[in-house]
Design a protein around this ligand. Structure first.
Ligand code: ZN
Length: 563
């Protein structure tokens, strides 16, 4: 009886995923063919992708249709991230999300514009009441675009559950033709314990893959001892395009028994940064390829990992042969299998584990304060996933804070004592992170007397640097004192070299005009349809402030015949 209950429980939990979800409730939000440049759960920088990226033929402006009845419950306009985003709540409890829009449609667009003018800001977040912006299935709610941190025109589409957890939209019957198997790039083996090894190495080993006639892969036979784990870099291609998307499931077995199962169906935003624990972060930083570790280390709470045995590790005994298999599947069930023959064997260690005991050793489960010359560092507990050696050095105003080959989970506070600067100079200082070209990138910096501090989540070099140069402003599509009746927009280019743009405000004849800021082109755009300008002479005034408070004001006169 007990066994029967267990079997029933397993069967019902296996079938839970798809069968309980509505299959025909949500229509496709676009009328063009559904071709993806990104899939659900795909591995991205510091996060798992929370929706589908639907390609829009390298163009903007395709109408987006409400996939079901509901009401708009959130609107967010931001320079970065999702850009112009729209959130709809549906009566069945699910929410759908649309991001990187060019603009909203109809009553939604009017609602946003009104609030932007009332608040005199382009960036805005709104939570309309249910009766304010109701939508019917098939209504046009917006137009596809490339706003925010989008690398090309597309629609980012999400389905979230009642607890706002993103779910794989394919589970709701979104059909994407896919007859191709997932591709395998790299297979790694990881010796885990102090005495474990793979092919005589105590460090991770890249394994050679041999393609078999049936399309599966066989790895070179390894000799190993002790606890080891595997990792794989893989992606999926669908029929419509060559984009490298994420896979749906990765399952491993040891001598035929299931070890580990990752399923990209649902996660919560709280856990998304643990991606950095899940992938081989150092390998990614060095090789630009993300290896998914098929084992669960400490401080990895990811819920996409299902049914693991011994955290996914396997144990190689001396004189014992074994077989490890990895099954990688896409949503349509196309599968690629990798098998790894293992000989349990004690061999001489040719590559001992690399340790760097000369560096600062940080215990991840406790807070640590470090001070080096003018810099102070506070590392809160659980900022790092494991105990770690860090290389920390100071050279004048530059802090070498290890290298970006280890992930940081929670913010670390950096402080700098700037008492060798005068008070006027201090107001222009900020803590910047040096990019690969050695240029400082602005970090939000707070000041208290002579002390500056910044919160950071990436290792690398940080520098105390001053920005004394105000932003520049240039007219793009008009000249001072000229008629511009034919223009439909007014465009100004705003740039700031060091700390970057913090805020901007434009008026015509003393009245606020809404300008959209595109950080990718540095252009501010006003739409004459907003009808703030008057017939004849108009006086434009634009003020731009950078992140340390340097300010520039631009004034120009233009003439216009209102149509
Ligand atoms: Zn996306």
């Amino acid at each position: 009886m007990k066994n029967l209950c267990l079997i029933l429980l397993i069967v019902s939990s296996l079938s839970y995923g798809q069968s309980n979800l509505p299959q025909d409730y949500f229509a496709n939000p676009l009328e063009i063919p559904m071709i993806l440049s990104g899939s659900f759960g795909e591995l991205r920088n510091n996060h798992f992708h929370s929706g589908l990226d639907i390609k829009t033929q390298q163009k903007e402006g395709f109408p987006i249709y409400a996939p079901a009845d509901g009401f708009v419950n959130r609107i967010k306009v931001a320079h970065y991230g999702y850009g112009k985003a729209l959130y709809i709540k549906h009566p069945n409890g699910y929410r759908t999300v649309y991001a990187h829009l060019q603009k909203y449609a109809g009553a939604i667009q009017d609602f946003v514009k009104l609030k932007q003018y009332q608040n005199e800001t382009f960036e805005i977040e709104l939570f309309p009441e249910p009766e304010q912006l109701a939508v019917k299935k098939g209504d046009i709610i917006g137009y596809t675009g490339n706003s925010g941190s989008s690398g090309g025109p597309h629609l980012h589409f999400e389905i979230r559950d009642a607890s706002s957890r993103p779910m794989n939209p394919m589970l709701f019957g979104v059909e994407i033709p896919d007859t191709k198997k997932p591709l395998v790039n790299t297979l790694m083996a990881y010796p885990i314990d102090e005495f474990s090894h793979v092919n005589g190495s105590q460090n991770p080993v890249k394994l050679r893959l041999i393609l078999q006639k049936d399309g599966s892969y066989k790895a070179e036979k390894i000799s190993a001892l002790g606890r080891i784990g595997f990792g794989v870099s893989t992606h999926d291609q669908q029929d419509g395009a060559s984009n490298k998307n994420g896979v749906y499931q990765i399952k491993t077995s040891f001598n035929g028994d299931e070890r580990f199962n990752i399923l990209f169906e649902k996660f919560s935003f709280d856990e998304t940064r643990y991606l950095n624990r899940f992938i081989d972060y150092g390998y990614f930083k060095n090789n630009k390829s993300r290896i998914q570790k098929l084992f669960r280390q400490t401080n990895n709470p990811l819920s996409i990992i299902k049914n693991e045995v011994d955290n996914g590790y396997v144990f190689a005994d001396d004189g014992y042969t074994a077989n490890f298999t990895i099954d990688i599947t896409d949503f349509q069930g196309n599968i690629v299998q990798i098998s790894v023959p293992i000989d349990g064997e004690e061999v001489e260690i040719s590559e001992p584990r690399v340790e760097e005991p000369t560096l600062d050793y940080i215990y991840s489960d406790q807070g640590t304060s470090i001070s080096k010359e003018k810099f102070g560092i506070y590392i809160p507990s659980n900022s790092l996933y494991e105990n770690t050696y860090l290389d920390i050095q100071v050279n004048g105003d530059t802090l070498k804070f290890h290298e970006d080959n280890i992930p940081i989970h929670k913010n670390i506070t950096l402080t700098v004592d700037a008492s060798n600067y005068s008070r006027a100079d201090i107001s222009k200082l900020f803590i910047g992170r040096l990019n690969y070209k050695g240029e400082p990138y602005f970090n939000n910096t707070s000041k208290k007397g002579n002390k500056l501090s910044a919160r950071v989540r990436t290792f690398g070099s940080y520098i105390l640097v001053a920005d004394t140069i105000p932003p520049t402003i240039t007219a793009v599509n008009f000249d001072d004192g000229k008629w511009i009746s034919k223009n439909s927009t007014l465009k100004m280019k705003i740039e700031d070299d060091m700390s970057g743009i913090s805020s901007y405000r434009a008026t015509v004849n003393g009245n606020y005009i809404l300008t959209e800021y595109n950080y990718k082109t540095d252009v501010l755009t006003y739409d004459f349809d907003d009808k703030v300008t008057i017939d004849g002479e108009n006086n434009l005034k634009l003020n731009v402030i950078d992140n340390v408070g340097n300010s520039t004001t631009f004034e120009a006169t233009f003439f216009r015949k209102q149509s």
